[in-house]
Structures are given as C-alpha cells and as structure tokens.
Design a protein around this ligand. Structure first.
Ligand SMILES: [Zn+2]
Length: 469
C-alpha cells in the first residue's frame, strides 16, 4: 500500500510501526459554529482511509480532537452571554450529528483541548527544561523555533528564505519574542476569558500544543499517520512536529497526509463572497450519502469543486449503484434456495476481479475515484449477468460484493424503505397464524424481520400492538 507523504513529497510504501495496527491522528474542527462543507472533506476522506485499513484487516486507533478553547469560541460566548463551554459543547454535539449523517464513524477517541491542560503544562515545562521554549516577562511562553534544526521540513520552507522575501508568513512579532518566528505555547488570560493556573501565568494554551499532547497521550510518542487539510501544513503541523520531536526526541509521525481544498463554483468559499455553506445547508438539499459520494469522486489530493451540476452527477452515480443493489435484492427474493452452478462460479471469479481492482486503486494512495470506477464496473457486470434464472447463492454473492466495496467508501447502497401499515399488519397476522400452528421458529423470524425494519411488537392482553422505533 502506498501513501503520498507530504514530508518527503513522494509516495511511500506503508509500513506500520506495529504490524497489523495503524495509529492515526486527524486534526479536528474548532467548535464555535456548525461545521461547513469544507470541514466535511477531511472527515470523509480520512474516515475512508480508516475504513480501508480496517477492510485490509488492520486494527485502527483513530484519534481526532475538538479544539474547544479558542478566540472565536470566546467571542461567541461573550455575544451570547454564556460560558464558553456552553458554546463548545453545543457545537461538538452538532458536529457529531453531522458526522453521523455523513456516515463518518466516531473516532476511537475524541479528546478535547480543555480536558488535556495538565498534559500541555507538562510538555511546555519539558520544552522549557530542554531549552526549546522560554517564558517572557508577562508569562507568555514561546517555542524557540531556531532551537529545532529541522523546522520547515514538512512545509519545505527555509527560515532564511522566509525572512528574506516572504515577511507576510512571519508569525506576528511582539517585542518580547527572541525571534519573530517563535510561536506561542501559553498565553496570559484577558478579562472574561477562561483560564487555567500555570507556573508562568493564569492563562490558556496556544493552539498547536494540544495536538502534540493528545497524540502522545492516546497514540504514543511515535505514530503512523498524521492527517488534516492542506491549510494545516504550515504553520500548524510544522509547529506540532517541532514541539513533539523537540520534547520526545523521536520522529512524531511517519506519514503526513493532507487533503486539498474544496471550492464552491470554482471560487474559494467565504462568508463575504456569499458562497459559504454548512453541512446542514447542503444536506437539507441533498442526501448526505450523495455528499459523501461526491467527496470521494475525486482524489483527496486534487482540489474539488462543489457545484449543483457536480452534485447532480454524484446523485446519478450513487443511484446507479443503488439501483443495481435493489435489482439484486428483488432477484434474491424471487430466487429459490440453491447453490451456485459451475457456470455461476466462473462468473463470480470474474466478478472478484473488480474487488481486486478496487483494492489496487485504494492501495495507490487511496485513489477513491478509481476505486469507485471499479464499483461501477462491478455494477455493470451484475446488471448484465444476473437474472431471474440465477441461483440465490450467486445473486447474494454479487450483492454482498457491491455492498462490501461501497461500505469501504462509507456508502450505504441499500435503501430500507419504510414499511406500509398494511404490510406490517399482514406480517403480524402471519405471525399470529404461525404461533397458532405452533410454528414458533417462523413467528420469531417475523418478529426479527419487523424489528430490522424498525417495527417493535408488543404482545398484550388485547392482542398484538406495534409501533415504529
Ligand atoms: Zn492539530
């Protein structure tokens, strides 16, 4: 399996630190508002990376943080006249709802910055002790960038070049900094802000330190993959590397993965341009599964353009897979029991070739565009080679293959349609008859089937009552 590593600027063979395990950290959102459609791209992309590792049999420890202390959160809390935790907890809950709607699995751990202050104080102290950080007179602690010789290795920036020509990239230089590049690890509180006690001043952490601390706590000093949007490469990930490697004396992450931007109608998304959309805005208009399909229709390192036209194309693409799955389900209901014939076994071997193609695409730096193309080929094959005279075993095998590959992409291809009242009543009547005939196996089967469709039965004195879950 090959992964493009931002650190080395090339595709490298994936070799896990521990065989059979993947330790990955994905920088999560700052929770001051509903997440926007740009936030959804890394969530969907790296969830798919995780699903593919799991599909290959790896055990994945997936950590993704919520930044819950930040200027924007504090500003909103002041506007609403509430504690900043009210804001952060509200938007963490909303973010989780959006993730669920997009079929993004919950992380193994979702740490929150405000719960990890102790670890941050420890790491900052360690950096001071090792000469990599210093406290200014007002209690601000800065990371001494020039003390970390490899600074710039991720973003491929050279400090001297930065200083020469690109002043705009310099971190704002207060007079108390030893060097304009130095960045904040801890800062004094301002009036009305949340704060914590520390050896340097009452205050709060800078943004970058949280990820170094949480990654170490939940995954260890060395991890396999660190990921996020490409806007995080500099300075955020560069600073994380400096902090972690200066403190731990070990390589922080082996592979650095970054997804490209999402544009709206070929323009950068911004509130001022009036093309800013939350995930909530989009899923009010489109099935969230279409959003997911759309996000995976391009390679994650290619910029992706969001437009109604492309969303329609994504909808049609997903429909093709869903229609094929629905047809197979229909055939399966009609097909009698029965083993696959020799002829069918040959066809299934051919069909398995599409799963191999799918894996090859994913093995090549998670090329989801080509992987989806392999699903389409399989769908076309199923449409051509499955009919009313095929055995149930054969139809089922084709259906399972489509479902499995779609599931690696987090796509749900079977739409469970809501049962009509009369269908529920009919099954209940059949169950009653089965019980009367002492066919309890069939009666239980019907109960389970109904439960699967969200219908709950209750046996009462007055007879069977039912409700929707
Ligand atoms: Zn981070």
């Amino acid at each position: 399996m090959k992964i493009y590593n931002t650190l080395t600027k090339r595709k490298e063979e994936f070799v896990p630190i521990t065989p059979g395990e993947v330790k990955m950290y994905v920088c999560g959102p700052t929770v001051y508002n509903l997440i926007h459609i740009g936030n959804a791209r890394p969530m969907i992309v790296f969830d798919t990376v995780r699903r593919y590792f799991e599909h290959k049999g790896y055990k994945v420890n997936y950590v993704s943080n919520f930044t819950d202390v930040d200027d924007k959160i504090i500003k909103k809390a002041i506007e609403e006249g509430v504690d900043s935790t009210v804001i952060s907890e509200r938007y963490i809950a909303e973010c989780k709802k959006d993730m669920e709607s997009l079929n993004v699995k919950p992380a193994t751990t979702h740490p929150q910055a405000t719960q990890e202050i102790c670890g941050m104080l420890d790491m900052i102290q360690e950096l001071i002790d090792k000469g990599h950080a210093y406290a200014a007179e007002d209690g601000t602690v800065y990371f001494r960038v020039r003390s970390f010789k490899e600074y710039g290795k991720l973003s491929h920036k050279n400090l001297d070049d930065l200083e020469g020509g690109k002043r705009s990239l310099l971190v704002s230089g207060e007079a108390q900094k030893e060097d304009p590049f130095d960045f904040v690890l801890w800062k004094p509180k301002k009036d009305g802000e949340p704060y914590w006690e520390s050896p340097w001043c009452k205050g709060r952490p800078g943004w970058h330190i949280e990820c170094s601390v949480m990654s170490k706590k939940y995954l260890g000093e060395e991890i396999d993959i660190h990921a996020g949007g490409e806007d995080l490469v500099f300075p955020h990930h560069e600073n994380e590397i400096a902090q972690s490697e200066a403190a731990n004396g070990k390589t922080f992450a082996r592979y650095w993965m970054h997804n490209a931007f999402l544009n709206i109608d070929n323009k950068k998304m911004s509130k001022s341009a009036g093309n800013f959309f939350t995930v909530r805005d989009i899923v009010a208009k489109y099935d969230p599964q279409v959003v997911r399909f759309f996000m995976l229709s391009a390679h994650y390192r290619s910029p992706l353009n969001f437009s109604d036209e492309l969303m329609e194309a994504a909808k049609n693409g997903l429909d093709r897979i869903r229609t094929a799955a629905a047809n197979l389900n229909f055939l399966l209901e009609k097909a009698g029991a029965g083993e696959a014939t020799e002829e069918e076994k040959k066809l299934l071997k051919e069909a398995a070739g599409f799963a191999v193609k799918f894996d090859e695409a994913m093995d090549d730096d998670f090329n989801t565009a080509d992987a989806i193309a392999a699903i389409f080929e399989l769908v076309k094959f199923a449409n051509t080679n499955a009919g009313a005279d095929n055995s149930a075993a054969y139809i089922k095998a084709l259906l399972e293959e489509i479902k499995e590959l779609a599931d690696v992409c987090g796509l749900i291809v079977e739409k469970k349609e809501e049962m009509l009242d009369e269908d529920v009543e009919a099954l209940i009547a059949e169950r009653q008859a089965a019980r009367k005939a002492k066919n309890f196996a069939r009666a239980d089967e019907i109960r389970d089937e109904l439960l699967e469709r969200g219908i709950i039965l209750e046996d009462t004195r007055e007879g069977v009552k039912w409700k929707r879950a």
